[in-house]
Design a binder for this molecule. Structure first.
Ligand SMILES: Nc1ncnc2c1ncn2[C@@H]1O[C@H](COP(=O)(O)OP(=O)(O)OP(=O)(O)O)[C@@H](O)[C@H]1O
Ligand SMILES: [Mg+2]
Length: 252
């Protein structure tokens, strides 16, 4: 479905990603793990067009995404969430989710929200209500982000990412900062959107128990390079991976 081919990224003298190759298969949950600074978010930024690699291709539906402008990539059916929450504080929950509707998000947001836009129709409202029901946000729609707990904010970002019904979502540390209960809610949500909505998921996450439970395939990065790839079982028993993670705990 998505093929990352020979991608390398440099920031000045630092090689953040080095000759990465990953194949993401349709309908799967594929996780990308690795220590801090491994290059995971940078790879997301390459896929979504905001960081330009020095070489390589990102092939999606026979197109090289690197040829597209970042704002056009969402029209290809790819959305993401951010490692640091990026919600609009001046918009309420309903409006924040609304901004995820790609095909309407071409004009002025306030104009669209005020109902002046002809495209603001029943269908979109129904969609937003359905998604907020699915994510337990229905009673929060008129609240503003500053009034809500962190776990709820994370779910709003997910809602915004799935409301446009993408084929592929990139989640960057969706469980970071969440407690066990909230993490298990995220797990259920991912299973639901993967199985019922048929959305392929590329997940960056440090919570290993979550990663091991939900992934079909795992790619491990260290210092910008792929060091292992396989099923959760294979990765859990890979000596090089164990070494990298043990080294990390020793240093911590
Ligand atoms: N815009 C940038 N300019 C310069 N260096 C950057 C930039 N973005 C990332 N880096 C560096 O590139 C390397 C990879 O960073 P990246 O954010 O991709 O890591 P990560 O795997 O997402 O780590 P974490 O788990 O901490 O989020 C790091 O050394 C980081 O400091
Ligand atoms: Mg990151």
């Amino acid at each position: 479905m998505l093929e990352i081919v020979d991608i390398s990224v440099k920031f000045g003298g630092l090689v953040a990603v080095k000759n990465m190759n990953i194949k993401i298969e349709k309908g799967k949950i594929h996780s990308l793990i690795g220590p801090n600074g491994a290059g995971k978010t940078t790879l997301f930024n390459v896929i979504t067009g905001v960081v330009k690699p020095i070489n390589g291709k990102v092939i999606y539906k026979n197109k090289n995404l690197l040829d597209l402008k970042p704002e056009k990539i969402i029209y290809e059916g790819i959305t993401r969430t951010f490692q640091n929450l990026q919600l609009f504080n001046f918009l309420n929950v309903y409006e924040n989710i609304y901004t995820g509707i790609a095909y309407n998000f071409k004009g002025d947001i306030k104009q669209i929200l005020s109902g002046e836009s002809k495209k603001f129709d029943e269908e979109i409202k129904i969609k937003i209500l359905e998604i907020s029901e699915l994510l337990g946000l229905k009673n929060r729609l008129s609240s503003y982000p500053s009034q809500l707990p962190y776990g709820v904010l994370k779910r709003i970002e997910i809602a915004r990412a799935i409301v446009s019904e993408p084929e592929l979502i990139l989640f960057d540390e969706p469980a970071a900062g969440l407690n066990t209960q909230e993490t298990s809610e995220i797990e259920d949500i991912f299973k639901l959107i993967n199985k019922e909505k048929q959305i392929t998921i590329l997940l960056v996450e440090h919570d290993m128990s979550l990663v091991m439970k939900i992934s079909d395939k795992i790619t491990v990065m260290n210092f910008g390079e792929k060091i292992a790839e396989g099923t959760p079982d294979e990765i859990a028993n890979n000596t090089q991976v164990i070494k990298v993670y043990l080294g990390e705990t020793e240093n911590a």
